[in-house]
Design a protein around this ligand. Structure first.
Ligand code: SF4
Length: 139
């Protein structure tokens, strides 16, 4: 493979993956952040929360995990048999939701979210940050 010349930009999807890699490395190093594979974060209605993702994040979810039927919004459409069927493509908020969180995950999420927002701006990708089901509705 040809070496990337200095200043040559990564494709937006690759740049997003690079951000996700840093998120995963940082969160893996924090003992208080443990994913217990409970699937709680993926059962939106039961957990009382909503998954917000950006345009590029949604595109990455579909690129890596296919495009399932969106369902009624009560659970994530990539949740299968209690487990995430889109681990590689899951969004920032999936990567920073920890059942064990004793504080700190919100700061990590916000910091990397700013990077992801900047990525949209730098690459001229329209920035839409909205609930997952709204992306399904609009694309
Ligand atoms: S993408 Fe995976 S981790 Fe994220 S909410 Fe959906 S099933 Fe859960």
């Amino acid at each position: 493979m040809a070496a990337r010349s200095q200043g040559e930009a990564l494709r937006p999807a690759d740049a997003l993956r690079s951000i996700y890699a840093r998120v995963d490395a940082e969160t893996a190093a924090r003992a208080s952040f443990r994913c217990e594979l409970s699937g709680r974060c993926c059962r939106f209605r039961e957990s009382g929360h909503e998954l917000y993702v950006t345009t590029l994040e949604f595109e990455e979810m579909v690129a890596r995990g296919g495009r399932p039927a969106p369902g009624d919004g009560s659970t994530c459409p990539w949740l299968r048999n209690g487990l995430c069927a889109n681990r590689d493509g899951r969004a920032l908020a999936c990567r920073t939701y920890f059942c064990s969180d004793e504080g700190g995950a919100a700061e990590v999420t916000e910091r990397y979210h700013r990077e992801i927002r900047r990525l949209h701006e730098e690459r001229g990708v329209p920035y839409a940050y909205k609930p997952l089901h709204a992306h399904f509705d609009d694309s």
